[in-house]
Design a protein around this ligand. Structure first.
Ligand SMILES: [Zn+2]
Length: 87
């Protein structure tokens, strides 16, 4: 990666932030787009499609539910780590 690309990749990106947030709060599982559901992660684009479908869910997650999402992913990581270490 060129120096310019490396520097630019460190800058905040609104679309990428929303796509990642969609994955954290597990929006793709109910997204109307089949590719989001099948791959269980937001497919992104200009404003992740899931964001436009349910903006309130994003707002509620940030305002009220982030502790619950954090706990879910901590448990997921621990479970994955235990499984990977067995193999
Ligand atoms: Zn989607």
């Amino acid at each position: 990666m060129s120096r310019v690309r490396t520097i630019l990749s460190q800058m905040p990106d609104a679309d990428d932030a929303l796509r990642r947030l969609a994955d954290v709060i597990r929006v793709p599982s109910t997204c109307r787009r089949r590719r989001c559901r099948e791959q269980a992660c937001c497919q992104g684009g200009y404003g992740p499609p899931c964001y436009f479908e349910d903006r309130k869910r994003f707002a509620d997650a940030v305002l009220e539910d982030m502790h619950q999402h954090r706990e879910f992913w901590i448990a997921q990581r621990a479970s994955f780590e235990a499984m990977l270490r067995r193999h």
